[in-house]
Design a protein around this ligand. Sequence first.
Ligand code: ATP
Ligand code: ZN
Length: 292
Amino acid sequence: MNQKRLHLAIQKSGRLAERSLELVRKAGFRVNKSASDLAYSVENAPIDIWCVRDDDIPTFVANGVADLGIVGRNVLAERAAGGGDGVREIMPLGFGRCRLCIAGPERFEYRGPGSLNGLRIATTYPNLLTQFLSAAGVQAEIVTMSGAVEVAPRLKLADLICDLVSTGATLEANGLAAFETVMEGEATLVRSTRELDPDLERLLESLSSRFRGVCASQDAKYVMMNAPRSALPRIAEILPGAGAPTVLELAGRDDAVAVHAVCQESVFWETLEALKEAGASAILVLSIEKLM
Ligand code: ATP
Ligand code: ZN
């Protein structure tokens, strides 16, 4: 019998490639490279992984060649802004963060979208840029490129660019600076909008739930401390992203308790100092391996 398999498309090489595969592995899937470097198969679940260009991932998913994909929200949004459908976001994955920005020569004086009127802007995101300009009521010319957008101003191909920025180092190296954000990007898990076979749908749900767990446990910490009962309301306020903490008796102490909580957001030294100030002592912060 031909076993049904779920197909996940990830970037073959580039900024999202390694983290995508790492996420699959952290979710407990054992991955084997196949003979071609185009695919991996998962040993302990009926899942195949296609490795492709990131720009092709939404198309693969929309056409049903893949059921799921990991792709930048910017790529997905560009397709949607151009009228493409058949793909929807399941959840953000917390890596590959960047911004789609409008940037120009460092001396350019930007005073809001009106400053863009009559200028030429080079981009690989013409649909998102068109949407942004028309929402702002701006008339500018869009020069669509397929890459290396940052050289356009030097080549006099455009006055400004609209491109992805994370640290700004590439812009700076080209004498450019970002002054407007069109959208925020981040790797996201996407799925096809078509209905899947019920077994595959269950597998997809289990995969997304494991991915959610891996993402949630990345910053999450298990925090334990002792504290006077009277400090409980203040402590609950300080703990970042914790629900109601667990409060336990301390043997032989009526005035103090042990407090345990799962914090879904980063716990910084400042947090610990604030807890100490609120009266907590013996504060322990532990990493969480899995969370569901
Ligand atoms: P491919 O060969 O797969 O087409 P690419 O060169 O188009 O690769 P990458 O540069 O690897 O793509 O970027 C993949 C994704 O990583 C982007 O779509 C974006 O979501 C995210 N990203 C994060 N930071 C940046 C950045 N500084 N520049 C570009 N993309 C970034
Ligand atoms: Zn690409």
